[in-house]
Design a protein around this ligand. Structure first.
Ligand SMILES: CC(C)(COP(=O)(O)OP(=O)(O)OC[C@H]1O[C@@H](n2cnc3c(N)ncnc32)[C@H](O)[C@@H]1OP(=O)(O)O)[C@@H](O)C(=O)NCCC(=O)NCCS
Length: 306
């Protein structure tokens, strides 16, 4: 173990290294997929300076990483063969954050991580708090694509415009499902940040889909990230412009993207959605599309020790 060393994140090549570990460890007991790491790192501009990220390597091999995202919340991954590193990783996280409490998400089928967190004094939050479901479906027997008259599905391989794609994302994410009457919030996704997303591995324009409305607006969108080593694609993100909701376009754009995913030879799709009662719409959409829950997350928290 003396060969393990760590250093701070130094740029996009290090995200690729984190993804290598996520891909190597991928299973249904993984919190992270290569796609959500890319999306979360690049969806906004200018956040890198506010993040602390560290990577542990044994020689060239990445064996762990930790990413402090905001307000004491962190992501991390440690190769189970290097579980002796847990304490070093937590020591770094707890020293790197000045938040009054620390928190992270963990899956109920990650007993080793839960035990490690508990040993460090972290406790599960209550079920009243938002939590996520990890859901999956095979790519067999996909439903056919059916859209209202005048709407069509197209991928970014055809559409190609990052500014229009970013606008479609903002129009989908500025109003939450079921509360379209509320004043819109502003998503920070821009054409420039979407160009970074498109430059990130393993983005593929033929797996990033939109539904184009009769008036030319991009009414719904779904990006799938393919982990080709594990043949699993992750839907991230999915959205429908609030002016076009409940027309079947969210369903349609996912179906179009899932058909394209199947053509790559992948055999399953996954998507993460809220599992708590406060935000049921996305999970209803995915369940209706045949996705089934395979695990759920808990948030583990610890107040900073004096
Ligand atoms: C969730 C979202 C993508 C749904 O898009 P949509 O185009 O309105 O969905 P569809 O019309 O295809 O609906 C398909 C099914 O999903 C479910 N559904 C969609 N919106 C719902 C809502 N507000 N409440 C309850 N169920 C809902 C229904 O089962 C619906 O079928 P039905 O209309 O026949 O009852 C959209 O509301 C959205 O973009 N929300 C903000 C971003 C977001 O939360 N994305 C998902 C993150 S995981």
């Amino acid at each position: 173990m003396t060969t393990v060393s760590s250093r701070d994140y130094a740029g996009p090549a290090d995200l690729r290294a984190m993804q290598v570990l996520a891909q190597r460890l991928w299973s249904r007991a993984s919190y992270h997929h290569v796609g959500d790491l890319a999306w979360q790192r690049f969806e906004h501009l200018g956040r890198e300076p506010a993040w602390r990220t560290r990577i542990w390597r044994d020689g060239e091999a990445v064996v762990g990483w930790a990413w402090l995202v905001e307000a004491g919340h962190f992501y991390f991954q440690v190769d189970p063969a290097y579980s002796v590193l847990f304490d070093e990783v937590f020591d770094w996280i707890e020293a790197a954050s000045d938040a009054s409490a620390l928190s992270t998400g963990v899956l109920e089928n990650q007993p080793d991580l839960i035990a490690a967190l508990q040993r460090r004094g972290y406790q599960a939050g209550s079920d009243a708090y938002p939590f996520n479901l990890k859901t999956a479906r095979t790519l067999e027997r996909l439903p056919p694509l059916v859209l209202p008259e005048g709407y069509r599905a197209a991928s970014m391989a055809e559409l190609g415009d990052p500014d229009a794609r970013a606008l479609a994302h903002r129009n989908a994410w500025s109003r939450i499902a079921g509360r379209e009457d509320m004043p819109p919030s502003l998503s920070r996704v821009t054409g420039e940040s979407y160009r970074n997303v498109m430059a990130a591995w393993p983005y593929r324009s033929d797996l990033d889909w939109a539904i184009v409305a009769p008036d030319g607006r991009w009414a719904a969108n779904c990006c799938i990230w393919l982990d080709g080593a594990n043949q699993v694609g992750e839907l991230e993100p999915v959205g429908t412009d609030a002016d076009f909701r409940r027309l079947g376009l969210g369903r349609g754009v996912c179906i179009a993207a899932l058909h394209a995913l199947r053509e790559t030879g992948a055999d399953q799709a996954i998507v993460t959605c809220r599992g708590d009662e406060a935000y049921p719409a996305p999970r209803k959409l995915y369940f209706e599309l045949g996705f089934e829950t395979y695990t759920r997350s808990y948030v583990y928290r610890r107040k900073r020790l004096a």
